[in-house]
Design a protein around this ligand. Structure first.
Ligand SMILES: C[S@@+](CC[C@H](N)C(=O)[O-])C[C@H]1O[C@@H](n2cnc3c(N)ncnc32)[C@H](O)[C@@H]1O
Length: 340
C-alpha cells in the first residue's frame, strides 16, 4: 500500500468512525447499557426488556463489541470496563456526554459550521434565534444532561486539583459553577474552606442536591446571578472552570472584569481551561474539536497562553502561572492570576 492509499484509508475510517457515538447513544438511550449493568444477557432477553427488534439489536451489539464497550460471553452479551462507563452513577461515567454529543439533533450546530467559519458567529443563534444558555434555560431536560455532562468532567478534574500544591483557605467562589461538582470536591478535600457557588437559575438547578450529597452544603452559599453584570465579592479565590472558553474576548472580558471588580488585592483568580499550544506539532485533535464546538455553540474559543495573558491583562489581572492538570484524556491546565 502506498502513502496515498494509507492516507485514504485513514480518512475513510475517520468518516465511518464518526458514526460510532450515534451507536453508543442508542445503547444508552434505549436503556441497553443499564440493562447490561444488571448482568450478562442474551439478545432476545435484552430486546424483550427494551422493546426493541432482536435481529437489529444484535447488529447494534455487534458494533458495540467491535469498539470494546460490550463483550460476548458465549451467547450472552456483557459490559466491558469501558461499557460500564456508559451507565449512570459510576465514577468517570460518560453517559451524559454520550446522550449529549451522540445525539444527531444536538449536533445540529456543527451542521452549520460553514456559517460560523464565514461569520465568526455562533451557529446556535443562527439556527434557533437564541443563544446556547437561553435555549437551555427553556429546555430543562437538555439542561439536566448538559449540567451533568459538565459535572462528570469536573469530578475527573477534582482529583487532579487535589494533587496541586494549593492551600485553599477562606471562601472560594466558583463562578459559573453549575451544579457545583468541582467546588464540592475542593471543599470536601479542604474542611477549613467555605464556598460560594454562583450561576444562573438554570445552571444551579441540581446544585442543592449535589452539594448535599458531597456533605458540604452547610459550608457553601448558593447565589443566583448574571456574571456579565456582577460577581459576588468577599471571596479569597475565584474559580472559573470552562467559562472563559465559552465566550469571545469581549464577553469573556466582561466576566473577568466583574471578577476583578469584586477581588481584593490579595485574592486569586483561577481558570481551568485547555491551553492551545503554539507549536503545531503539539496540536491535539480533541482540543481543537472542542475549540470549534465553542465556536458553533457560543462564538467562544480555546486560547493559547499568550491569548490568555492578553485577555487577563485587559481586565486588570496578571497571569502568574499555567500548570497542566493530570486529568485523564483531557489536556486541561490551571491558570493562576492576581490583580495587576
Ligand atoms: C461550560 S459550563 C461550565 C460549568 C462548570 N464551571 C463546570 O466546568 O462544570 C458554563 C456555565 O456558565 C453558566 N452561565 C452561563 N451564562 C451565565 C451567566 N450569564 N451568569 C452566570 N452563569 C452563567 C452556565 O449555566 C454553566 O453552568
Amino acid at each position: 500500500m502506498d502513502d496515498a492509499e494509507r492516507e485514504r484509508d485513514r480518512l475513510v475510517s475517520m468518516v465511518w468512525n464518526s458514526y460510532v457515538p450515534h451507536a453508543l447513544h442508542s445503547l444508552v438511550s434505549l436503556g441497553i447499557a443499564e440493562l447490561l449493568a444488571n448482568g450478562a444477557a442474551s439478545v432476545e432477553r435484552l430486546a424483550e426488556q427494551s422493546g426493541t427488534h432482536a435481529p437489529s439489536l444484535y447488529r447494534l451489539l455487534r458494533l458495540a463489541v467491535s469498539v470494546g464497550v460490550v463483550r460476548l460471553d458465549g451467547e450472552l452479551f456483557a459490559l466491558t470496563t469501558a461499557g460500564e462507563l456508559l451507565c449512570s452513577g459510576v465514577p468517570g461515567s460518560v453517559r451524559n456526554m454520550i446522550l449529549r454529543y451522540g445525539n444527531a439533533a444536538e449536533r445540529g450546530s456543527w451542521g452549520e459550521l460553514n456559517y460560523s467559519v464565514r461569520t465568526g458567529q455562533d451557529a446556535v443563534r443562527h439556527i434557533f434565534g437564541e443563544g446556547f444558555f437561553e435555549l437551555l434555560s427553556t429546555h430543562p431536560e437538555q439542561a439536566a444532561i448538559f449540567n451533568e455532562t459538565m459535572a462528570e468532567v469536573s469530578r475527573g478534574v477534582v482529583q487532579a486539583m487535589r494533587e496541586l500544591d494549593i492551600a485553599w483557605h477562606g471562601r472560594i467562589a466558583d463562578v459559573g459553577g453549575g451544579s457545583g461538582a468541582l467546588l464540592a470536591g475542593v471543599l470536601a478535600a479542604n474542611p477549613q474552606a467555605s464556598g460560594l457557588l454562583y450561576d444562573t437559575e438554570s445552571g444551579l438547578r441540581d446544585a442543592e442536591a449535589s452539594l448535599a450529597a458531597a456533605g458540604v452544603r452547610d459550608r457553601c452559599k448558593i447565589v443566583c446571578g448574571d456574571f456579565f453584570e456582577s460577581v459576588p465579592g468577599g471571596c479569597d479565590a475565584y474559580l472559573l472552570k470552562h467559562i472563559v472558553h465559552d465566550w469571545d474576548d469581549e464577553r469573556a472580558g466582561m466576566v473577568l472584569k466583574c471578577c476583578r471588580e469584586s477581588m481584593t488585592a490579595d485574592a486569586r483568580l483561577y481558570l481551568i481551561e485547555s491551553v492551545v499550544p503554539d507549536d503545531p506539532t503539539a496540536f491535539d485533535a480533541g482540543m481543537l474539536v472542542r475549540d470549534l464546538t465553542m465556536l458553533v455553540n457560543l462564538a467562544g474559543r480555546e486560547r493559547t497562553r499568550s491569548e490568555f495573558a492578553q485577555l487577563l491583562a485587559g481586565c486588570g489581572l496578571q497571569l502568574m502561572e499555567v500548570v497542566p492538570l493530570a486529568s485523564p484524556g483531557r489536556p486541561y491546565s490551571l491558570l493562576t492570576a492576581i490583580p495587576a
